[in-house]
Design a protein around this ligand. Structure first.
Ligand code: AHM
Ligand code: MG
Length: 334
């Protein structure tokens, strides 16, 4: 019989290796899975929901049609904030720390997330996703403050994303490799489908918004010119693939190899993507898969956030490709 390993079972077995584990972490993950199944259902209904009533309006059933990113935010808060394992949450959609309700015991974990990344693509049927990072509150019990979240990615205890595509898939790491689970809609469970994912050391894909070419520094332009050159020996030119939905671009490159970069440019001097709930979680995953992530020079996981919505340039993917990017930064002073 084929092995049918559910996410919950996999996590429980992983936690057994840590005798100090209290079960809080497993509950947190079970709830992440539940929240993402609810979001997936809603994302799937997006097209028809629009026909039945445009966003911001009331549909034929008299229900208010919510924007999907708002729905995802509320769903994750609703499910996770009552679990008793969190001290606080932070999200792309909220200015400050999301407080755990007063009547719920405070746990030790901090949860930072982008509820629905790439949501501007939903109306054209492009895959979107939820990205999350989990840290431990360093000192004291009780409610988390913004200060508690100012920890580098290297302190993360887990990170993951859920991609809502032709199927829903949850990919995560706790520092013991990267594992992917595909939702089996017939039983409503995430099933282990990609065990111990490794990214090829060198890829053949580059992903960037090349429309910004003229806003980029010389180093980045030279790098792009380089990967477009014809050279069989080093596998060039690379193929360009850019969806504009980070989870989708990242997921493809993780499985196939390649490099994604969203550098600083004339309009985004600090880059566009956010450290806490986009760059750091994906960097933890990529390193666990054998890849690398930098801001062009520094390792992303070493950067200490200065605010909840700290932005950073992001260069992420196959190790050798990220190194080559760094060499161009070094050479041309990008
Ligand atoms: P968002 O969090 O507002 O959705 O923005 C993040 C998205 C990423 O999914 C994607 O990688 C990037 O923005 C695309 O930006 P651009 O349109 O500038 O290429
Ligand atoms: Mg985002």
């Amino acid at each position: 019989m084929t092995e049918y390993i559910t996410l919950s079972r996999f996590i429980i077995e992983e936690q057994r290796k840590h005798p100090e584990a209290t079960g809080e972490f497993s509950s947190l993950f079970t709830d992440i899975a539940t929240a993402s199944k609810i979001v997936y259902r809603e994302v799937n209904r997006a097209g028809i929901a629009e026909i039945l009533g445009g966003t911001g309006s009331v549909n034929v059933f008299g229900e208010e049609v919510q924007k999907l990113d708002e729905f995802a935010l509320k769903t994750f808060i609703g499910v996770l904030s009552r679990g008793g394992y969190l001290a606080g949450m932070a999200s792309e959609e909220t200015a400050s720390v999301i407080k755990i309700p007063d009547d719920v015991p405070k746990g030790k974990y901090l949860f930072a997330f982008d509820p629905l990344d790439g949501s501007s693509n939903i109306d054209v049927n492009v895959s979107v996703g939820t990205i999350f990072g989990i840290w431990k509150k360093k000192d004291g019990d009780g409610d988390a403050t913004e200060e508690d979240f100012m920890q580098p990615g290297s302190e993360m205890v887990a990170a993951g994303y859920v991609i809502y595509g032709s199927s829903a898939m949850l990919v995560y790491t706790t520092g013991q490799g990267v594992h992917g689970f595909t939702l089996d809609p017939s039983v409503g469970e995430f099933i282990l489908s990609h065990h111990d994912i490794k990214i090829p050391e060198k890829g053949k894909i580059y992903s960037a918004n090349e429309g910004y070419y003229n806003r980029w520094s010389e180093a980045i332009r030279k790098f792009v010119e380089y990967i477009k050159e014809e050279d069989k020996g080093t596998g060039r030119p690379y193929s360009a693939r850019y969806i504009g939905s980070l989870v989708s671009d990242f997921h493809r490159n993780l499985l196939k190899g390649g490099i994604f970069f969203y550098p600083a440019d004339a309009k985004h001097p600090k880059g566009k993507l956010r450290l806490l709930y986009e760059a750091a979680p994906l960097s933890f995953i990529i390193e666990q898969a054998g890849g690398a992530a930098t801001d062009g020079r520094r390792r992303i996981l070493d950067i200490v956030p200065e605010s909840l919505h700290h932005r950073t340039p992001l260069v992420i993917g196959s190790k050798r490709d990220v190194e080559t990017f760094g060499e161009f930064m070094e050479k041309y002073g990008g």
